[in-house]
Design a protein around this ligand. Structure first.
Ligand code: NDP
Length: 444
């Protein structure tokens, strides 16, 4: 059995129930096969892959809090500190009922390569809880966040581990988490990113993942003689990533015709009115179906099915495994020629393979959505310098980073004879830097 297959088998054997983690490891190692096989003897001797797939540390903890009825609730919190080879652990916190150890490990593993690819000095981590902020009062969310941070603060720090937001963790949650960290530790430091602008946040962080996604999509299209201008785009989700991807697409002259949430999707053939979506999602915390109340020409459909809408470009920006092989085939047969992943691992392995084999330009998450963590790293730099950069300065740096990520992925794919395969290119470029840093630091 080859080294890659041996390690894949061992990962399954050691953590049999962690299917999302298996999927992420398989996706990465399969695309690295050519690099690994070229260095198999040395990598095997140094157990490079075994060290890579084993988190440096996993913290799992109880989060008790009191709801508005006086009832005590208990959730489970996690932080996986996966790799500090190239910098302090960095990665978001996700609050969603689906969160478990497999989910945080898959996200933390992917984060290692994404952060490496960004070119910034940040290691890989991820965390979260099975707490669901949906339908909770602000006081309940605060009580939960304070309890969560009371434990988490023992393990993080501005030069140790710097969490950020993810699904279910936005500006409100980051504020409550930061306040509690400060109260317990007495430190006013850049321990979280995605902070509000009045207490150390960076301009463009809110927009960064969505904007970055569109910058790299445009770069990939330009490389193939195309552009987003005048194209029809379907974006899934209607959270942070989806909203700001839509905003940048509209600024660049594309027409976004659909958005969704976990209940269903809207189709507006005239183009989505983003002000309405922001009002529903960012102000009222409502459901996407409310859109049709003020836009009666638009159609709301309950359930899945957003990928059946004809488009030139598809940007999955909701959650993992939201786009399967059938969806991929439908997109292609409707004329879609470009897919870029705003969410983490939104395409199943079969869907990804289909895109790669059928000439669909495909930018994987770890490259496509790296704008968020990159701008988080810019927030860390500003905090360390006690400085704030302007919107234009941060936006220009973000764009530069995304263009460089495209170049690195493109170059690595070409070096290994896989031109146009940005899945392999992104994984190889991210992997090479991490392995070099691991080797330099010895067996630790
Ligand atoms: P938000 O919580 O702001 O939005 C998530 C969106 O996806 C909501 O519209 C939500 O609908 C929908 N969604 C969540 N779970 C499901 C599900 N199981 N089925 C269908 N729809 C679902 O999160 P973000 O926009 O921040 O994150 C979206 C994705 O982007 C995630 O995969 C995240 O890991 C990734 N990402 C985010 C970054 C960031 O900076 N925010 C950075 C890099 C990656 P509903 O409201 O109904 O739950």
């Amino acid at each position: 059995m080859g080294y890659v297959d041996e390690v894949l088998a061992r990962v399954k054997e050691k953590s049999p129930n962690e299917v999302e983690f298996h999927q992420a490891v398989k996706e990465v190692l399969e695309s690295l096969r050519v690099v690994i096989e070229a260095n198999e003897e040395a990598y095997r001797k140094d157990a490079v892959l075994e060290r890579l797939v084993e988190p440096e540390r996993i913290i799992s903890f109880r989060v008790p809090w009191v709801d508005d009825k006086g009832q005590v609730q208990v959730n489970r919190g996690f932080r996986v500190q996966f790799s500090s080879a190239i910098g302090p652990y960095k990665g978001g916190l996700r609050f969603h009922p689906s969160v478990n150890q497999s989910i945080v490990k898959f996200l933390g593993f992917e984060q290692i390569f994404k952060n490496s690819l960004s070119g910034l000095p940040i290691g890989g981590g991820k965390g979260g809880s099975d707490f669901d902020p949906k339908g909770k009062s602000d006081r309940e969310v605060m009580a939960f966040c304070q309890s969560f941070m009371t434990e988490l603060c023992k393990y993080i720090g501005a030069d140790v581990d710097v969490p950020a937001g993810d699904i279910g963790v936005g500006a409100r949650e980051i504020g409550f988490l930061y306040g509690q960290y400060k109260k317990i530790t007495g430190l006013y430091e850049g321990v979280l990113t995605g902070k509000g602008l009045t207490y150390g946040g960076s301009l463009v962080r809110t927009e960064a993942t969505g904007y970055g996604l569109v910058y790299i999509t445009e770069e990939m299209l330009n490389h193939h003689g195309k552009s987003v201008k005048d194209k029809t785009v379907v974006v899934s989700g209607s959270g942070n990533v989806a909203i700001y991807a839509t905003e940048k697409l509209q600024q660049l002259g594309a027409k976004v015709v659909a958005l969704s949430d976990s209940n269903g999707y809207i189709y507006d053939e005239n183009g989505i009115n983003l002000d309405t979506v922001k009002e529903i999602k960012e102000v009222r915390r409502g459901r996407i179906k409310e859109y049709v109340e003020t836009h009666p020409n638009a159609v709301y459909t309950e359930g899945k099915g957003i990928w059946s809408i004809p488009c030139d470009i598809a940007l999955p920006c909701a959650t993992q495994n939201e786009l399967n092989l059938d969806d991929a085939k439908t997109l292609k047969s409707n004329g879609c020629y470009c897919v870029a992943e705003g969410a983490n691992m939104p395409s199943t392995q079969e869907a990804t393979d289909f895109f790669l084999e059928n000439n669909v330009l495909f930018m994987p998450a770890k490259a496509a959505n790296a704008g968020g963590v990159s701008t988080s790293a810019l927030e860390m730099s500003q905090n360390s310098q006690r400085m704030s950069w302007t919107f234009e300065e941060v936006d220009a740096k973000l764009k530069d980073i995304m263009v460089n990520i495209f170049k690195k992925a493109d170059d690595a794919a070409k070096r290994y004879g896989m031109e146009g395969n940005y899945v392999a290119g992104a994984n190889i470029a991210g992997f090479e830097k991490v392995v070099e840093a691991m080797n330099a630091q010895g067996i630790v």
